[in-house]
Design a protein around this ligand. Structure first.
Ligand code: HEC
Ligand code: HEC
Length: 340
């Protein structure tokens, strides 16, 4: 090939490559995003600058300079701060292992994660929190994927009912029957009852279930750290305790842990002989009311002032599963049902 030809090829390649990688123009208006505080019209580079500055001031100590979850404090934390390069997020409204929506990240940054070391940043201006969302997404190319749809928020059949006992009862049946949440979370009824509930929802009789059925199972998380599925009578739930949030956590699942998406399983659940559905997506609302009811009954095992000991309650992993090393005294129930 003579030299002018190869020059032309080079030039073509440069033009094509730069065409492929051209960033959106600064003046681009992104209409998919919230308009709060003019967020939508602020040029992306300005938002990223603000996000970077806030990140390096508030987040870097735990999440690390490059978002690897390896800040100086990380060594002491379990669960570990999220690794933003892996881009696996737990409290999402999309399906298991999918990327969250911007609103999901914004909500978690705003509320924090109770019982973990992730603080609430709700005191920062909304514009700064949106800028943080934008900046976090620069740590991984996974964000170049097209966005995935959120799970359906089916109508809550119990929302108008003043007395939620019907929802709670149905939730108890669904939790222990078809959905078998006791595979990881504790069972709150006897093995015989579980078998009865299973058959009521078109499943098999049940017996010989796992050891320590009334305690949480031990699992490993994404960072290979030991994690417990919360016991709703004892432990914190992280994302919040309103039924809407519980519905979302249960329906979508919790990426990076063992907890799967339930909304699709519920849609293709069993039917009776006449073709009536024995399980529906609306049952996830019933489970959310049931779980919230358990949380309301939660007894604080030690003084609420002693929060550090409370979140790291004394336990060890014995031969037969999780064992509590100390029977901690029970004090008054702490009221913490938010958003109500
Ligand atoms: C004191 C340590 C600490 C600081 C400071 C901190 N985080 Fe976190 N963050 C954590 C921990 C720990 C987790 C993981 C919690 C878990 O997995 O339960 C987390 C998780 C997250 C998640 C993941 C949420 C999900 O759905 O998986 C996001 C997003 C996040 N942090 C954003 C931020 C931002 C933005 C800042 C700064 C404004 C910040 N964090 C500051 C400790 C911290
Ligand atoms: C295969 C194991 C597994 C199954 C089955 C499972 N979960 Fe979980 N679940 C977990 C783990 C592990 C966590 C802890 C996640 C964390 O703290 O990061 C969790 C957390 C939760 C949370 C707390 C979310 C928060 O904000 O902290 C709720 C609520 C929940 N599960 C409800 C359910 C319900 C209801 C079912 C049955 C429909 C279910 N889970 C089935 C493993 C499981």
């Amino acid at each position: 090939m003579n030299s002018w030809k190869s020059w032309n090829v080079c030039l073509l390649a440069v033009v094509l490559l730069s065409g492929c990688t051209t960033e959106p123009q600064e003046s681009d208006v992104d209409t998919s995003r919230p308009t709060e505080f003019g967020y939508q019209t602020t040029p992306r580079t300005v938002r990223l600058q603000e996000g970077k500055a806030a990140y390096e001031f508030y987040c870097i100590g735990c999440h690390g300079e490059n978002g690897l979850g390896d800040g100086p404090a990380a060594r002491m934390l379990n669960p570990a701060p999220r690794n933003f390069q892996k881009a696996k997020f737990k409290f999402i409204s999309t399906r298991f292992a999918e990327l969250p929506t911007d609103e999901d990240l914004f909500r978690t940054i705003s509320t924090g994660l109770r019982g973990s070391s992730m603080p609430s940043w709700g005191h920062l201006p909304a514009q700064t929190r949106w800028a943080l969302v934008e900046y976090i997404k620069t740590f991984s190319d996974i964000w170049k994927r097209p966005p995935t749809p959120s799970i359906p928020f089916v109508t809550d059949p119990y929302v108008e009912m003043k007395d939620k006992s019907e929802a709670i009862k149905r939730g108890e049946v669904a939790y222990h029957g078809f959905f078998s949440c006791w595979n990881c979370h504790p069972a709150y009824v006897s093995e015989e009852k579980i078998s009865e509930y299973s058959q009521e929802l078109g499943g098999p009789p049940r017996s010989g279930l796992r050891d320590n059925l009334n305690q949480s199972a031990i699992k490993k998380d994404e960072e290979d750290k030991t994690i417990f599925a919360p016991d709703f009578l004892r432990d914190y739930v992280k994302a919040g305790t309103s039924v809407d949030i519980l519905y979302r956590s249960i329906a979508a699942g919790i990426t990076g842990t063992a907890m799967p998406t339930w909304i699709d399983a519920a849609a293709s659940g069993p039917e009776d002989e006449e073709g009536n559905k024995l399980v529906t997506q609306a049952d996830i609302w019933a489970i959310a009311y049931y779980v919230q009811d358990l949380i309301k009954k939660r007894e604080v095992m030690i003084s609420p002032d002693d929060i550090v000991v409370r979140t790291n309650r004394e336990m060890r992993i014995g031969e037969s599963g999780m064992e509590y090393t100390a029977e901690l005294p029970v004090v008054a129930t702490e009221e913490f049902i938010e958003d109500e």
